[in-house]
Design a protein around this ligand. Structure first.
Ligand SMILES: NC(=O)NC1NC(=O)NC1=O
Length: 174
């Protein structure tokens, strides 16, 4: 859909289409709907980022906790959202061998133990090797810096999801 169609959506319609641009957090799209009309995709993205960044740490942590582990239980049991299934597939998380799966499980567990929220990274922008490297690296961060880093990854995931729903401006004008 183009930006004019987005701006014409009712609240219910907007949450229907945009409710999962931040994983399992329809509250975020519900919150930004009242900022219409949006100029373009970047404008929607900016409102979402502003909303998330204005949350207290507990709210940011809550957003992270709504994300499934990479190569975790939801993937094994087929209960990932459609978006997350595609993203984890693209990053090679669906074709790990048993040693790689065990490594991801260990690192994810260690990360959750240390920070109290799951490791989040924009899977579509990272290869399997890069995900393992970043997970090992980010385990060494201070908690506050890591929370901000993880939230930036949420906004990258959100940006790619928005771009798969809304046509870019250039296409709207063709
Ligand atoms: N934990 C985590 O990073 N999850 C995800 N990342 C991503 O791009 N999609 C996800 O579900």
């Amino acid at each position: 859909m183009d930006i004019n169609q987005v701006n014409a959506l009712t609240y219910e319609g907007f949450v229907h289409f945009f409710g999962n641009v931040v994983e399992k957090c329809p509250l975020v799209s519900a919150a930004v709907w009242s900022s219409r009309p949006f100029k373009d995709i970047s404008d929607i993205e900016a409102h979402i980022s502003d909303f998330i960044n204005s949350l207290p740490d507990s709210g940011k942590e809550g957003i992270l906790r709504c994300h499934p582990d990479l190569a975790g239980r939801d993937l094994q049991s087929g209960t990932l959202t459609r978006e997350s299934t595609e993203e984890q597939g693209q990053a090679g998380m669906t074709t790990l061998d048993s040693a790689e799966r065990l490594l991801m499980y260990r690192l994810n567990s260690e990360y959750k133990e240390r920070f109290g929220f799951p490791f989040v990274i924009c899977a579509r922008l990272n290869s399997k090797a890069e995900i393992v490297r970043q997970l090992s690296q980010r385990l060494k961060n201070e908690r506050a810096a890591e929370l901000e880093h993880a939230i930036q990854e949420v906004t990258k995931i959100c940006s790619l999801r928005l771009n798969s729903i809304v046509l870019p401006d250039i296409q709207t004008k063709l």
